[in-house]
Design a protein around this ligand. Structure first.
Ligand SMILES: [Zn+2]
Length: 141
């Protein structure tokens, strides 16, 4: 018996920097991120779906749109965090981790998705975060 999942992606543009990076990712810069969300349910609904694709859009994609799109993602322990917040309070989003693609993927699966998806009875089982078409990170339950 196989496993059925359904997936949707969403694109946002964000700034970030990676604290402690040895190369140019330590600078303030940004990406056109693509987040891929893969959901799974205990069983298909009576129509034959894991969940309607619009539910992923209204929850996870909308979260990205509201919380991160066109903003700057910073680790709350980044020494530059307060300075950037002072010049653009609403444009800087503080997160409790260094904002690598890996940590963003894990954050979506472990922290963000459970609350948003609970009402639909589905679980985000995998998130892929692409920083570029060539570079991506995956977190899987
Ligand atoms: Zn980067």
């Amino acid at each position: 018996m196989g496993t059925i999942t359904c997936s949707r992606y969403h694109d946002i543009s964000c700034g970030h920097r990676v604290v402690g990076h040895e190369g140019k990712c330590r600078h303030l810069h940004g990406h056109n991120y693509r987040f891929h969300f893969t959901c799974q349910a205990q069983e298909l609904d009576k129509v034959g779906r894991v969940v309607d694709f619009s539910c992923i859009k209204q929850t996870l994609c909308e979260y990205l749109e509201q919380r991160l799109d066109h903003k700057f993602i910073m680790w709350e322990k980044d020494p530059l965090a307060q300075t950037l917040r002072d010049v653009n309070t609403l444009g800087v989003v503080l997160v409790p981790f260094n904002p690598t693609a890996e940590n963003l993927a894990k954050w979506m699966v472990e922290d963000v998705a459970p609350g948003l998806l609970a009402q639909y009875g589905v679980t985000l089982v995998e998130c892929v975060v692409e920083e570029t078409a060539k570079c991506k990170a995956t977190y899987k339950l």
